[in-house]
Ligand binder design. Structure first.
Ligand SMILES: Cc1cc2nc3c(=O)[nH]c(=O)nc-3n(C[C@H](O)[C@H](O)[C@H](O)COP(=O)(O)OP(=O)(O)OC[C@H]3O[C@@H](n4cnc5c(N)ncnc54)[C@H](O)[C@@H]3O)c2cc1C
Length: 269
């Protein structure tokens, strides 16, 4: 029986909670900032694991990133994915979303038969949400986003039924395979890593590194040369100063105190 082959794209991102902004230079202070797997991508990994539990098959994780991202790949192997590919080469540096999605699409093509391609909804560092749609476009595949669950997968019939979550309703779609799926954030809380799985990263060496030697992409289509986007200016929301007044006393008096202060500050008319 045919088993599904699932690719999941994840991004290795700076932990934005630890990133600070230098208002003088207008740049991000990245020194000493640890990187993590983009948290929304762990929802995609979790959905892939649930799909494999139900239908069997193989999960291959792909990331285009500098060598340090191997740590993130070991983390998702610890969650239970089968294989991981780190697409890493100096020629990919400076990629905008177009060049990134092109490189990822060509990587997926090189993997061979793939039934489902999962991505997170967006990243916490750039949050363009461009990549999944652009990868689908390069591969000429259907794309469906905000997906919460795989309701039915019929490889023989070549179709999948997915449930997607919108603000005010759920929708169910039947889509032809292969398909690119953007997984809704917070929809599939990730399981913890297991030591047995994490040891696989050492004993079975399931992480491969692919450079442009393997992919053979035209240098004009990748990295800085393949990136037509120009970020002309970045501004940062200034920190809102707070007065931080704390009232300690009984709740009845606290309400009176709060109203008086809100009136004084002209928050209440
Ligand atoms: C002109 C320009 C130059 C840039 N130069 C650099 C640079 O030098 N270095 C740099 O780090 N960034 C650079 N960037 C940013 C880089 O283009 C984006 O970080 C990248 O394309 C992903 O976009 P995003 O974070 O908005 O992802 P989104 O589109 O928000 O991501 C959605 C989902 O796609 C998947 N995904 C995203 N990125 C990857 C990836 N790399 N591998 C696998 N899956 C992925 C994840 O599942 C993610 O949840 C540059 C951007 C521009 C515009």
């Amino acid at each position: 029986m045919k088993r599904p082959r699932i690719v999941v794209g994840i991004k290795w991102v700076p932990n934005t909670q630890a990133v600070r902004f230098d208002p003088k230079t207008g740049t991000l202070i990245r020194e000493g900032v640890p990187s993590i797997v983009n948290p929304h991508d762990l929802d995609a990994i979790e959905l892939a694991l649930k799909t494999r539990e139900k239908y069997g098959g193989e999960i291959i994780v792909v990331t285009m990133a500098p060598p340090g991202a191997e740590e993130g790949l070991r983390h998702v192997i610890g969650m239970g994915v089968d294989r991981a590919i780190l697409v890493s080469d100096r020629v990919f540096a400076g990629s905008d979303t177009l060049a990134t999605s092109y490189t990822l699409a060509k990587t997926i093509e090189r993997i061979g038969r793939v039934d489902l391609v999962f991505f997170g909804q967006e990243t916490i560092d750039s949050s363009t949400a461009h990549i999944p749609a652009q990868v689908a476009s390069w591969l000429d595949l259907p794309y469906i986003y905000y997906v919460e669950s795989i309701e039915k997968l019929e490889l023989k019939e070549n179709k999948v039924v997915v449930k997607r979550k919108l603000e005010d309703r759920y929708e169910w779609y039947e889509v032809e395979l292969p398909v690119v799926i953007g997984v809704a954030m917070h929809s599939n809380p990730p399981r913890p890593i297991s030591l047995t799985n994490k040891l696989r990263a050492v004993t079975e060496k399931p992480i491969e590194v692919w450079t442009n030697k393997q992919l053979g992409l035209d240098p004009r289509c990748i990295g800085l040369r393949g990136s037509p986007t120009i970020v002309s200016k970045v501004t940062w929301q200034p920190e809102i100063p707070r007065k931080r007044k704390i009232y300690q006393g009984n709740p009845k008096e606290a309400v009176k105190w709060l109203i008086k202060h809100l009136e004084e500050e002209k928050v209440l008319p």
